[in-house]
Design a protein around this ligand. Structure first.
Ligand code: 0RA
Length: 643
């Protein structure tokens, strides 16, 4: 059908259309290069990775339509990325109206819909779904190869401008699309991809699309991963819970299709207390929730309450509330809908009002059906919820007590806190320091105008294993909650956080890492909005003090030490290894760890809440084997552990 394309010989009339059309294309692409952030959110690392996601999403759409089984993402040594799929291949035939091949429309027009629109479940509104033309515009070069009709076709661009027309370059077997692009360093702050960031998203996509095989290969560093999960989101839930103790071996799986909406749920209860519900719409992580999550929660609660009543599980004063049926629940809700509306600050909240009812009734119907067919599993789940409701009463009483003591209102400051003078949270910093001696030096070395110091003695409680009411009995945790001043758990109010830089400063050894993880676990579980707001940082104190003659240097990593050693020459060079913060005097602490102009901070983000959740469980939870495995897998990365 499609044949090698020769230049069209248009009638004058068509030529005019073609010309004005070309102008529009150029204007469209220039707009993208002028304001890239409008199309991909930002030009930092996040925006850069967005390019790959955008290209991969096109292959995923082809997979969702049932035509693609394999996707391969390659990081090439020259800094380009290749995304190859075995779908139908982007159409190469000439579009009757525009007089150019379909592939040219798809790769260079801002909104090339119509005949070449292959998305069944369109992604609109959010950052995704901006199209290949945006990736093309923001690439130094962009190449698309298509296998169709026994031939290989190719087309090339440079900075969004056509560099080579579509042409046949040879023979090919099968069908598929292979896109290679090199991000433009004139646009992006960095053009180095992070393997783990990409791998995490690809793993997620493989979980969300059962059976689809996604490969990632880092050709420069010789590493790769294959993601393929026949069990789809059911396996996803198992993976998230891998370090937990599940109450029933197999996740509950529910699916329903109605009104053009495809609903899929996998859920499993464990013996912990936290709820982890992750929702996706057309493979997009709806981190801010929305109508589908509301529908899920009410359908879930209705099914539980109804089943518990009918089967006489509730006695005396027992009553089940929404929170009770979600304690210790890990769930994935995956929705495919034709016309999603994404809202909210980050466009990660589903707004379609009709979806709430569809998900609620689907959930209620399918879960009730499941309970009737699996009474053993039902019993385990209902009993867990009844226990939770009894504990809820106990916790309410504990909270009342702490509130009366003024723990959660942010007015009482703990005695150990050396507060700063600054009252504007945006300018204020809090250093959480391990140990009293380091705490003392920090207090001396700080700039009290804007830096507060809170020394923590010993270890705070491991919150993974405790419930909120037990947690509040712990001195260290109460001190922290008071100092931060924004409450805890459901009552946490990020707008009341007293410092917009909350910096953990622990030693670079095993104990220090443990303390940092404990703090992050607390923040992750009970003050999550504070991490999401970007207020949490980990300070990176130097490992070495290096002296040569009168000159003084600090090295923050083993590599930096080597480099400095080479640069300075070995003669007369003195290395001093810092064992811990406690060994530094006040001036050294200021210079290396506290001075905003010189210190190194690592901002804590929640890129992938699902794997973060699992990681905390691995490091902190009861199961020993996954923790051992994690430490073994990551042993190379934690070079500054002094074991
Ligand atoms: C438009 C129409 C068709 C397929 C595609 C686009 C398509 C686009 C991409 C982008 C990456 N991989 C892709 N695979 C397919 C349908 C073509 C037909 O009907 O044969």
């Amino acid at each position: 059908m499609a044949e090698e394309r020769t230049e069209p010989t248009p009638t004058p009339q068509v030529s005019e259309v073609y010309l004005s059309d070309q102008i529009q294309v150029l204007e469209g692409l220039q707009a993208v290069r002028k304001r890239p952030a409008m199309y991909i959110g930002s030009v930092d690392e996040r925006g850069l990775h967005h390019l790959v996601h955008e290209v991969v999403d096109n292959s995923i759409d082809e997979a969702m339509a049932g035509f693609c089984k394999n996707i391969q993402v390659s990081l090439n040594p020259d800094g380009s990325v290749t995304v190859a799929d075995d779908g139908r291949g982007i159409p190469v035939d000439v579009h009757p109206k525009y007089g150019v091949p379909g592939v040219e429309l798809v790769t260079s027009r801002m909104h090339s819909g119509g005949k070449f629109e292959h998305k069944m479940y369109r992604v609109s509104g959010g950052l995704h779904g901006v199209g290949l033309s945006v990736v093309n515009s923001l690439s130094e070069w962009f190449e698309v190869r298509i296998h169709r009709d026994g031939k290989e076709y190719r087309m090339r661009y440079a900075r969004g401008q056509k560099a080579e027309d579509l042409q046949v370059t040879g023979a090919a077997e099968g069908t598929g699309t292979i896109i290679t692009f090199k991000p433009d360093s004139q646009i992006f702050e960095t053009i180095a991809f992070d393997y783990d960031t990409l791998a995490a998203r690809l793993r997620e996509l493989a979980f969300l699309n059962a059976g689809l095989q996604i490969l990632i290969v880092d050709k420069e560093h010789g590493r790769g991963d294959v993601f393929q999960f026949q069990g789809g989101i059911k396996e996803y839930v198992k993976w998230i819970n891998r370090a937990k103790t599940p109450l029933h071996p197999d996740p509950i799986y529910l699916a329903k299709q109605s009104d053009g909406v495809q609903l899929e749920v996998a859920m499993q209860y464990h013996d912990g207390y936290n709820e982890s519900i992750f929702t996706f719409v057309n493979n997009i992580d709806t981190k801010e929730g929305g109508t589908h999550l509301i529908g899920f929660k009410s359908g879930l609660a209705r099914a539980f309450i109804n089943y518990a009543k009918e089967n006489k599980y509730l006695k005396g004063d027992d009553s089940l509330e929404g929170d009770d049926v979600r304690e210790g629940l890990t769930a994935i809700l995956s929705l495919k809908i034709p016309d999603p509306q994404f809202e909210g600050q980050t466009k990660m909240k589903l707004g379609n009002s009709e979806v709430k009812g569809i998900v609620e009734s689907g959930m209620y119907e399918k879960l009730t059906e499941f309970f009737l067919e699996n009474p053993r599993v039902a019993e385990v789940c209902i009993q867990k919820a009844v226990l939770a409701s009894q504990a809820r009463e106990a916790a309410r009483k504990a909270r009342e007590l702490t509130r009366r003591k003024g723990l959660l209102d942010g007015f009482n400051l703990p005695g150990k806190l050396a507060d700063c003078q600054e009252r504007d949270p945006a300018k204020a910093e809090l250093f959480i320091v391990e140990g009293n001696s380091a705490g003392g030096s920090c207090k001396q070395g700080r700039r009290r105008e804007f830096q507060a110091v809170l020394p923590l003695r010993g270890k705070i409680l491991n919150v993974e294993k405790a419930r909120l009411d037990q947690m509040l009995k712990n001195e260290g945790i109460r001190t922290l909650i008071q100092a931060i001043g924004a409450g805890v758990g459901e009552e946490f109010d990020v707008s009341r956080v007293r410092y917009h830089r909350i910096i953990t400063a622990a030693d670079a050894d095993v104990d220090g890492q443990h303390i940092t993880t404990l703090l992050l676990t607390l923040f992750f579980r009970y003050m999550r909005p504070m991490i999401e707001a970007g207020y949490v940082y980990i300070s990176q104190p130097p490992l070495y003090k290096i002296r040569k003659g009168k000159d003084l240097y600090y090295a923050y990593s083993e590599r930096e030490r080597e480099e400095l050693g080479k640069r300075l020459g070995d003669k007369g060079i003195v290395y001093q290894r810092f064992k811990g913060l406690g060994e530094m005097n006040a001036d050294e602490l200021w210079e290396t760890t506290m001075d905003p102009d010189r210190r190194m901070l690592k901002q804590v983000t929640i890129e992938d809440a699902a794997s973060a959740d699992a990681l905390f469980s691995i490091l902190m939870g009861e199961a020993v084997e996954p923790r051992r495995q994690y430490i073994q897998d990551h042993a190379k990365e934690v070079v500054n552990l002094d074991i």
